[in-house]
Design a protein around this ligand. Structure first.
Ligand code: F6R
Length: 612
């Protein structure tokens, strides 16, 4: 959940590190710190955001061509100046930044205390740096070896970078269960939790694998080995995104920019995979596993949060088109409930970040039981992308706003392509129907653009409900996951309590909540169970609830009943989630802005949830 960035080379480290922290702030933002090595190793850290750290450092010594920096999302110990990273070793000759959790920090700490170590913070990280220094002193080994030996004693997850004032041109870093990327520049190295702080300096990167340690020295080749001491050859990859993907590009918030990027990101998700003119859908990344997919008796999709909502849309699509039974599971539940699963099963993990701890653990469990694991990830080279047998990247581009928007529509796009491909291969769809759907799919980016043109209208509806205390979102069929997603977007960024429900379930409980104070968002597009949803709307009306309806252009019946209607373009029922989600993202965004909430960095949340 934290962001780490480090630099060694010929340039001043401070500007690189502080800018890198701003880029990584979406990962965590309750405290931040920097260690710089010039004549001695100095640490500056403070509670608060990166801007607070920058202010705090204004009159401090910024010198140093090597440094490490961290932005934190607290796990062990409250967010304060002391618990912020980096942490010194006892002699203050070493410092560390860490992302992850050391699970056995308790016994390690006791052991160190019994040998005279004193701790200043409540963090598990401080244990690790004392341990490294202890090994270095007592076993007379060099720093990389001391780090290696220490990591062999550690249980848990980590991405770490260690700096030492004995080595003014060297950093030692390692990962297990938390991402770490090395950027290779000219006579210099960058290390970071993801490529966002690196891309403006170099496009050549190495993604570390679990239990790998890297030693980078200015002007020398990097040394990569495993914590079992096996030397490895680094695999250098080229970054495929540009700096503009990380900037707000004139938008007030990343979230708004990312909402507006959806015509482009959906197009990118389909690029090279959908050829409507020739009637072809193909997903190269999972081609080798297609025979297995075509013959499987069921698919299990695992995910969390918004990705779980996309997975639910996937369930409807795969069952309707390819006639394959699908189960959608919260990764956090799946991993702890001894699921019945074996080598005949196919598990699809859906994740924007590719780092979600629960999803990773669920993958591990399914893999142990022999299942085939496929991934749908956005972040290239992420842990989930590596942990799966094969997969498809969504190509939505970096998503910086903590609330997921374009990643959701990209995931749904991939699941749509997958269902279509399997359906045509299995013969569970008529060719003419297949062609009809893919022709329409190709139109979706343009229709998303059309939907985005409703922004002003949506903003004025949002204004009316800025001070609502609760919201209910209702939808049926393909629009049920859309309702869930709309409610999640609203609650996470505006802090208004919101619940998504299958519209028909309302009468089994939530109807008790409805009165004139309760706004109810109903996704009531014209295909599928339209008449049933109409009845549900009447039930809300009868109890004086305020209806905000998402309807198909030209709709009359719902418009007559609803207090406010938002008209989206007509499309196939199974493609409606790609359009209907857009106004819900915008409603949440505008309400949050009007309530003066920090849209891109909502309280208590961080972009990638790398802890349980
Ligand atoms: C909601 C949101 C979260 C994530 C969830 C899974 O806007 O962003 O609910 O969807 O934490 O994250 P990934 O997709 O990275 O596995």
């Amino acid at each position: 959940m934290c962001g780490i960035v480090a630099y060694v080379g010929d340039k001043d480290a401070f500007p690189i590190l502080i800018k890198g922290l701003y880029r990584l702030e979406y990962r965590g933002y309750d405290s931040a710190g920097i260690a710089l090595l010039n004549e001695s190793l100095k640490i500056y850290k403070t509670r608060g955001k990166v801007a607070d750290l920058e202010n705090f450092m204004q009159d401090k010594d910024h010198k140093g061509k090597i440094g490490i920096a961290h932005t934190r999302w607290a796990t062990h110990g409250e967010p304060n100046d002391i618990n912020a990273h980096p942490h010194y070793s006892r002699t203050k000759k070493l410092a560390i930044i860490h992302n992850g959790i050391i699970e056995n920090y308790g016994p390690l700490k006791e052991e160190l205390i019994s040998r005279g170590y004193r701790f200043t913070s409540d963090t598990d990280t401080e244990v690790l740096i004392h341990l490294i220094e202890d090994i270095r002193q007592n076993e007379g080994v060099d720093l990389p070896e001391a780090v290696r030996i220490a990591l062999n004693q550690v249980i848990g997850a980590y991405a770490i970078v260690v700096i030492s004032d004995d080595h003014p041109d060297m950093l030692v870093a390692a990962r297990k269960g938390s991402p770490l990327v090395v950027g290779i520049g000219d006579n210099e190295y960058y290390l970071a939790s993801d490529a966002t702080p690196i891309v403006e300096h170099t496009k050549d990167v190495v993604y570390l694998d679990d239990e790998e340690i890297v030693t980078v020295k200015k002007g020398e080749k990097m040394l990569l080995k495993t914590i079992r001491n096996r030397v490895k050859t680094p695999y250098i990859q080229k970054l495929e995104f540009n700096l503009s993907a990380l900037e707000k590009g004139g938008f007030e918030h990343f979230m708004l920019k990312e909402i507006y990027e959806q015509p482009r990101s959906i197009r990118d998700s389909m690029r090279g995979r959908l050829n409507a003119r020739d009637g072809i859908v193909s997903l190269g990344g999972i081609l080798d596993y297609e025979p297995k997919l075509l013959n499987t008796h069921r698919i299990i999709i695992i995910a969390c949060g918004t990705s779980w909502h996309a997975a639910l849309v996937g369930e409807y699509l795969l069952e309707e088109l390819a006639r394959i039974p699908v189960e959608v599971e919260y990764a956090s539940e799946f991993r702890y409930r001894n699921p019945v699963i074996d080598e005949t099963d196919i598990v699809i993990a859906v994740s924007q970040s590719g780092e979600t701890a629960d999803t990773l653990a669920a993958i591990e469990l399914a893999r142990e039981k022999g299942a085939t694991i496929l991934g749908i990830c956005n972040v290239v080279g992420s842990s989930i992308a590596r942990a799966t047998h094969a997969g498809v990247y969504t190509h939505a581009g970096p998503e910086i706003g903590v609330a997921s928007t374009k990643a959701f529509t990209a995931q749904v796009t991939i699941l749509t392509l997958m269902a279509l491909r399997l359906a045509i291969k299995k013969g569970t769809i008529e060719t003419s129907r297949f062609q009809q759907i893919i022709d329409e799919l190709e139109e979706i980016p343009r229709k998303v653009e059309e939907t985005l043109n409703l922004d002003k209208e949506i903003s004025s509806i949002a204004k009316i409900f800025t001070y609502a205390r609760n919201f209910l979102y209702l939808g049926r069929g393909y629009n049920f996951p859309v309702a869930l997603e709309g409610a999640l977007k609203l609650k996470e960024i505006s802090y208004i309590h919101a619940e998504g429900y299958p519209a028909a379930e309302m009468k089994h409980g939530p109807i008790a909540l409805i009165d004139r104070e309760m706004p109810v968002v109903v996704i009531a597009t014209n295909r599928g169970p339209y008449d049933k949803v109409l009845t549900n709307i009447q039930e809300v009306k009868a109890r004086k609830g305020k209806i905000i309806a998402i309807v198909t252009k030209g709709d009359k019946k719902v418009r007559e009943l609803a207090d406010y209607s938002i008209e989206i373009p007509e499309t196939e029922e199974l493609l409606v989630p790609l359009l209907a989600t857009i106004p819900l993202q915008l409603i949440a965004y505008h309400i949050a802005v009007m309530r003066d909430c920090n849209v891109d960095q909502p309280r208590n949340l961080a972009k990638s949830v790398t802890v349980e």
